[in-house]
Design a protein around this ligand. Structure first.
Ligand code: UD1
Length: 375
């Protein structure tokens, strides 16, 4: 554990790199800036760099501009991770912080934790302990490695605690604090009610499905992607499907020559990626969500919207056991059968797993304050 910091404020590097990180760091930054004794430094690795994938989220979540942007950009797994490590190591050697705080499971998460751990700087991992038990996912490797070298492991659910203890992590490092992503969701939900995205897209409340798709396992394999499209073709016969397309998926549609087929589907509205506020509004008013994202499984649970996860596994089983999530994998028959079942059912109502209450960042900073500032 980190030694206590006396007579000066503790410098915390808060690291964000890719889209799903931004809603997690927003409440943490707010909380760190509010409390005496902390000096947060916001580091953007530049893993995501487009306005649509990055800047729009800073605006919607009212996050101040980063103090540092490492500007690494896209690349293969090793190239991207390596570039982040090199750039971040220089920064840390130049001015080591008292703690490095990372969130989620993207390449930036593992890259910055590795740098910090090797320079003997304590690491706090927010959203620790999630496991899909599928090591073909780059995110699963990132999760396991980050947790193995973290000093503070902040978890969203009790199964994450169990996973960490099973892997031999000392119990005194593990803190069940709730879900910072839900902190952000609760903060913007009111503002999202004023979004005009439904009108802009010509959609009726509860009259559409919302889809996102970007996992390499779904979009990088032609046969799998074709199967999912076949399912979408059938679902859009029942109700319009809105599909904000991730850049990775758009690239793959081009590579596999699927653009014409997609354009030909009248009920499928293909749009550019949306900002956070518009996206929350769409989730909140959808009849059904189809996704392979991690965070959306959690957000739909809290919003009470049925969610079909087009994956064979999830690192977030609490959203299945205590939420609105169902796993279908990429099989078109299963996707369509589950979607049709959902359309025959009532909406499930909202679900709140324990401590998904909007106060996770507050708990995290309180724990750090007790451990770091008063030793
Ligand atoms: C990354 C994360 C994934 C997360 C996802 C959310 C890893 C291993 N994966 O996957 O966990 O769910 O972000 O989006 O960290 N691109 C742009 N503009 C951008 C960023 C990317 O056009 O701002 C394009 C690039 O062509 C790139 C591709 O999207 O090759 C994929 O980006 P990358 O960051 O490598 O991985 P994601 O699939 O986005």
């Amino acid at each position: 554990m980190s030694p206590g910091v006396r007579n000066r404020s503790a410098e915390i590097h808060l690291v964000a790199g890719a889209r799903p990180n931004f809603m997690k760091i927003a409440p943490l930054l707010t909380e760190l800036e509010k409390r005496p004794g902390f000096r947060p430094v916001l580091i953007h690795t530049g893993q995501h760099y487009d306005k649509a994938m990055s800047r729009a989220f800073f605006e919607d979540l009212e996050i101040r501009p980063p103090d540092v942007n490492l500007g690494v950009g896209s690349g293969s797994q090793a190239r991207q991770t390596g570039r982040i490590m090199q750039a971040y190591e220089e920064l840390v050697i130049d001015g080591p912080p008292d703690l490095v705080m990372v969130v989620g499971d993207v390449n930036s998460t593992v890259a910055c934790s590795l740098v910090a751990a090797k320079l003997h700087i304590p690491v706090a991992h927010v959203e620790a302990g999630l496991r899909s038990f599928d090591r073909t996912m780059p995110e699963e490797i990132n999760r396991i490695l980050t947790d193995a070298i973290s000093d503070y492991l902040f978890t969203t659910c009790s199964d994450a605690d169990q996973n960490l203890l099973r892997e031999g992590i000392a119990p005194e490092k593990v803190f069940f604090v709730g879900n910072v992503m839900i902190d952000s969701l609760m903060r913007v939900r009111e503002k999202a009610r004023r979004s005009d995205v439904l009108e802009r897209l010509g959609l009726e409340e509860r009259g559409f499905a919302l889809m996102t798709l970007h996992r390499p396992s779904n979009v990088d394999r032609e046969a799998t992607l074709r199967g999912i499209l076949e399912a979408v073709e059938r679902v859009q016969n029942h109700l319009p499907v809105v599909f904000p397309v991730h850049p990775r998926s758009r690239k793959m549609f081009g590579r596999f020559g699927l653009e014409e087929r997609i354009d030909g589907l009248e009920g499928l509205k293909v749009i550019d990626p949306l900002g956070y506020i518009d996206f929350v509004r769409l989730m909140d008013r959808a009849r059904l969500v189809l996704t392979d994202s991690g965070g959306i499984q959690e957000e739909t649970t809290v919003l009470g919207i049925p969610c079909l996860t087009l994956r064979e596994n999830t690192e977030r089983p609490v959203t299945v056991h205590q939420g609105t999530n169902r796993l279908t994998g990429p099989d078109p028959e299963r996707i369509v059968a589950e979607a049709e079942k959902i359309l025959r059912e009532e909406l499930p109502g909202t679900h709140r797993p324990p401590l998904w209450d909007g106060a996770a960042a507050d708990r995290i900073v309180t724990i750090l304050s007790e451990r770091m500032l008063s030793a």
